[in-house]
Design a protein around this ligand. Structure first.
Ligand SMILES: [Mg+2]
Length: 426
């Protein structure tokens, strides 16, 4: 038994798989093909406005076969593809589908970061880091999206030790691909890539690399961290070195950390009083996630949407991972938001932790000590609850009234990352 565990650990550590990255394939074009069967199997592009002088913001795989891609001018695309289908973008629809994809992923694994409207990064933890388990998670997410969101919505998955490598891996096999880059096999498949296949190497960085004699990934791989720092002209270079060698740069762990839980409400949960229960439940979920990750937060943001519109509010407080403190804050935000909305039925609730810091950080920037926001008795109780829930499954013990959320989704929606319209045209 001991031997088996040891062997497994060694094997697991050799791969050092820590991230699963999901990238939807030709996202906007796929949504259009999903909604309009007449477009399926046909070269299709999506444009911001109907004009020959604008550029495609997405191209279907059939259009890509002709060399048409995001950024190709409509006039050029038309010249290359007789019978090209051109569709005007529907941002609201893409956000809807984005939210449904979030919900599907969240049923399988918590999302660490929403990187864009069609890219999601998930952190692998414990047994999930096992290659077989990680691969199974990836396939499960791909299948759920196809079955529950739409058969045209294919996703590619990358699994790797660093987030940058996972993103790079997701790009290697498309559509519906899954690529694992193990630490003990690096650089491996990276050597088949071009320099600008890596996120972080755009046209100007490519020029800079070429100028110092770097033309292929083998050479990039052999550069030293200090040389990269020199070429990049700053710490970014060194971070890039660590990332491609399988280690996340430090800021991913702290500054970039965020926790968001959101829920699109089923009919029976829409009356304000029930919806409030959902907000509290999501807040408690944020608290247990903070404790699980070893973080505290110094603020909370609440976003509420109904037919009438949307309302949001945020508040700051001494850093804490005490769910009771978070619930107090959430109750206040709830009152503020609900007052702003006229229609009484709530459709969506999203709770986000702000100002996250590592739990063992000695003192807060604003002079609060970490303990100022916490009650020792609360923390003892919460840690005990976390232990029970970890052991017996989530929601074994909950704080406050148990809200009836059928197949509770708790989809993570980073509200600040739900793309606003302008982002579609970037
Ligand atoms: Mg994509």
């Amino acid at each position: 038994m001991t031997q088996a565990i040891t062997r497994e650990r060694q094997w697991e550590d050799g791969g050092r798989l820590r991230w699963l990255y999901l990238d939807m394939n030709s996202f906007f074009a796929s949504v259009e093909q999903q909604d309009n069967p007449g477009l399926r199997g046909r070269p299709t592009i999506v444009v911001p406005v109907m004009s020959d002088y604008t550029s495609a913001i997405a191209a279907s795989y059939q259009a890509k076969a002709y060399g048409v891609k995001t950024g190709t001018r409509v006039l050029d695309a038309k010249a290359r593809i007789p019978g090209l289908r051109i569709v005007e973008a529907r941002p609201d629809r893409y956000v809807d589908v984005h939210n449904r994809i979030l919900a599907e992923i969240d049923q399988v694994i918590p999302i660490d970061r929403v990187c864009s409207i069609d890219e999601f990064a998930c952190k692998l933890m414990g047994p999930e880091c096992h290659e077989a388990a990680a691969t199974a998670i990836g396939h499960r997410i791909q299948r759920r999206i196809l079955e529950n969101v739409g058969e045209c919505l294919t996703a590619s998955v990358g699994i790797a030790p660093s987030r940058l490598l996972a993103k790079t891996a997701a790009d290697i096999r498309k559509p519906l691909g899954l690529t694992v880059l193990r630490m003990d096999q690096l650089p491996g498949e990276l050597l088949t890539l071009k320099l600008d296949d890596f996120a972080g190497i755009g046209p100007s960085m490519l020029k800079r690399l070429n100028k110092v004699g770097i033309h292929e990934v083998r050479q990039l791989w052999e550069m030293s961290p200090s040389r990269m720092r020199q070429v990049w002209g700053g710490i970014m270079g060194e971070n890039f070195w660590y990332a491609i060698h399988g280690t996340d740069p430090p800021d991913i762990e702290t500054k970039g950390a965020s926790i968001t839980h959101g829920h699109v409400l089923a009919k029976e949960l829409r009356p304000v009083e029930h919806a409030r229960g959902v907000a509290r439940r999501l807040t408690a979920k944020c608290g247990s996630r903070l404790r699980r990750m070893g973080f505290k937060c110094g603020g909370l943001h609440l976003y509420v949407r109904n037919d009438d519109g949307r309302a949001e509010a945020s508040t700051r407080f001494a850093v804490t991972s005490d769910s009771f403190r978070l619930l107090e804050a959430a109750d206040g935000l709830w009152e503020t938001c609900v007052r702003q909305l006229r229609a009484p039925r709530i459709k969506q609730v999203v709770v986000t932790c702000l100002n996250m810091v590592e739990a063992d950080r000695p003192a807060d920037l604003f002079g609060w000590t970490p303990d100022a926001g916490e009650d020792g008795r609360h923390m003892k109780l919460l840690n005990a609850l976390d232990g029970l829930n970890q052991r017996f499954g989530k929601d074994t013990v909950t704080i406050g009234p148990r809200t009836k959320m059928h197949g509770f989704v708790g989809a993570k929606i980073a509200f600040n990352r739900i793309p606003e319209k302008p982002e579609f045209w970037e």
